[in-house]
Design a protein around this ligand. Structure first.
Ligand code: ADP
Length: 544
């Protein structure tokens, strides 16, 4: 497969995977944002409800108090007011005010109580007549049309209006409430009467009212959430839940009542913990990551397979051309010498013998190659059969080596180390054993002829026979040491390139060795060259 095609495949896989991932991520984000918005909306509704409950609590407190002080009349009005002040925790102060004489109650001479003094100070402008008596339930005495007024009148005011004798000027015998800011704190004054004549009423104990308001807040907040009751100056009067971030702005808030100007319920939530959205994002992200990982892994695997099959195909093509070359060379030599001998032109006996030797040598080489190719295909198809027989490994190796000596010598190699080898009883397939050894000797001839010495040693270790073939040739570069045992792999140096070979010898030798219960390994011995170690289990009970 061409690299360009690989890139196209990779893109075909990556682009949809990434777009899918990005799309899913956007959808997840959108879903999470919607959940967040829904959570805020729910909190907003709840805040409105809480504010409404608080407004109701304020109205109830005012109504209950209004019912108590509105009907009061002289002469025992002041005593009743004092009683109210003492008994009702919602009442902070009481008062009677006359348009002509100013504050009548508490008596001006009552300066003993600090609270009374401060009460007078707080509302001084009102008691001095500098500011009008304000409120939403005022029933002025000279209103002409009841119908016009009813829209602005509280039920109690309407009752007073209805109860007044026909035609008589109606006096505002009803309560009215006004918020009053003094030194940045809220005070609430409730009054009844006629501002043009006489007015009496109470000052609310805001702290006691606050205790009632707090009851309307949720008992506890959800995880990461906060409910605050905030006054007009921004002070948090009560908090349910965790402390929000110092500069955090509430996600939603609701005003409570005009009687508590700017008082509000504020709701906060720590970022990113909308109920459900966190889990959704986490699950989504996990699924997405898994999907991308599976796609990525699948893609990588496919590319790897494509790459491997491309390499395999390339190796097979090289193998075919290498094998054809290896087959053709000995065949050409055999044919050429056979033809010369056939013609009978050579009279010299020594030359005839040398030609015959070459023919024999080349046909053996051909046989080895064909054996390798046949072995390879049998091993590949799992059809290779073995006939193990007891034999002396030292003897078998000596036999093969002595048979191959002329070839080794012709290549300039002198075999050393085998003479003193002790008997080594093993149980193996003789042909397979020979094939392994021949492949190792073949390589020594092909690649290590210049090294002169070929050391072959045999010993026993750990219940195994160990045969070592060590040459003094160029050795195998580190990067190729594991790969030379793969089928078709050849080192890409000049020596290998100009030496014919199929790249099958070592891979077949190792597979045979392993099939025989042994192994074949390579190591680079100190001093250079190549060393192949072939181990084989000893016959049970045998040892050196
Ligand atoms: P080939 O038919 O190419 O010899 P092998 O499987 O026998 O195939 O060997 C694989 C490769 O290992 C060879 O092509 C060669 O590059 C390298 N090789 C094998 N034996 C030796 C050796 N004794 N010295 C140097 N290189 C070797």
């Amino acid at each position: 497969m061409k690299p360009r095609l690989l890139v196209v495949y990779a893109l075909c896989l990556l682009v949809p995977a990434l777009s899918l991932g990005a799309g899913a991520w956007v959808l997840l984000r959108r879903e999470a944002a919607q959940m967040e918005a829904r959570a805020v909306e729910t909190a907003r509704q709840e805040a409105l409800l809480v504010a409404e409950r608080m407004a109701l609590a304020v109205a109830e407190a005012e109504d209950a108090l209004g019912d108590q002080f509105t009907p009061l009349r002289p002469p025992d009005r002041e005593a009743a007011l004092l009683d109210l002040e003492r008994r009702n925790p919602l009442v902070r102060n009481t008062f009677v005010w006359s348009a002509d004489q100013g504050l009548l109650w508490p008596p001006p001479e009552d300066t003993g109580s600090r609270e009374r003094v401060r009460f007078r100070e707080r509302f001084a402008a009102l008691f001095a007549g500098e500011l009008p008596w304000d409120g939403d339930h005022v029933l002025a005495p000279d209103l002409a049309e009841p119908a016009d007024r009813s829209a602005r009148l509280a039920p109690r005011a309407l009752r007073a209006y209805a109860e007044a004798p026909a035609g008589a000027p109606v006096r505002a015998f009803t309560d009215s409430w006004m918020p009053w800011l003094h030194e940045n704190r809220l005070h609430i004054l409730g009054w009844a009467g006629d501002p043009t004549a006489e007015v009496w009423g109470v000052e609310l104990e805001v702290m006691a009212l606050l205790a009632r308001l707090i009851e309307a807040l949720p008992l506890q907040a959800a995880e990461g959430e906060t409910w605050d009751l905030v006054d007009g100056a921004g002070r948090v009067l009560h908090r349910v839940g965790v402390d929000p971030e110092p500069e955090a702005a509430p996600q939603t808030s609701a005003l409570i009542s005009p009687r508590l100007p700017h008082w509000r319920i504020a709701w906060y939530r720590a970022p990113g913990i909308a109920p459900g959205s966190q889990g959704l994002m986490a699950t989504g992200a996990l699924v997405l990551a898994l999907l991308l990982a599976v796609l990525g892994l699948g893609g990588a695997l496919l590319l790897r397979l494509a790459w491997a099959s491309q390499r395999e195909a390339l190796r097979k093509t090289t193998f075919v051309s290498n094998v054809s070359h290896e087959l053709k060379t000995p065949l050409t030599t055999i044919r050429m010498y056979a033809e010369i001998l056939e013609e009978g032109r050579i009279r010299d006996e020594a030359r005839r013998r040398s030609y015959l030797e070459t023919i024999g040598h080349e046909s053996r080489r051909l046989a080895r190659l064909v054996n390798n190719v046949l072995d390879f295909s049998r091993l590949e198809q799992g059809r290779k059969r073995y006939r193990p027989e007891p034999l002396d490994l030292a003897e078998a190796v000596r036999e093969v080596v002595s048979r191959e000596t002329p070839r080794l010598q012709a290549a300039g190699l002198r075999v050393e180390g085998l003479d003193g080898a002790l008997p080594c009883p093993v149980r193996v397939d003789r042909d397979a054993l020979e094939q392994i050894l021949l492949n190792l000797l073949d390589n020594a001839v092909k690649y290590a002829g210049a090294g002169r010495r070929l050391e072959i040693s045999l010993d026993q270790t750990g219940g195994r026979a160990r045969l070592r073939v060590r040459d003094h040739g160029p050795g195998i570069p580190a990067a190729h040491r594991a790969k030379v045992f793969e089928s078709f792999h050849r080192v890409d140096d000049t020596l290998t390139t100009r030496t014919p070979g199929s790249g099958l010898g070592l891979s077949i030798a190792r597979r045979l060795a392993r099939d025989l219960g042994g192994d074949l390994e390579f190591d680079a011995p100190p001093g250079g060259g190549a060393r192949f170690t072939f181990t084989l289990p000893l016959e049970p009970g045998a040892s050196a």
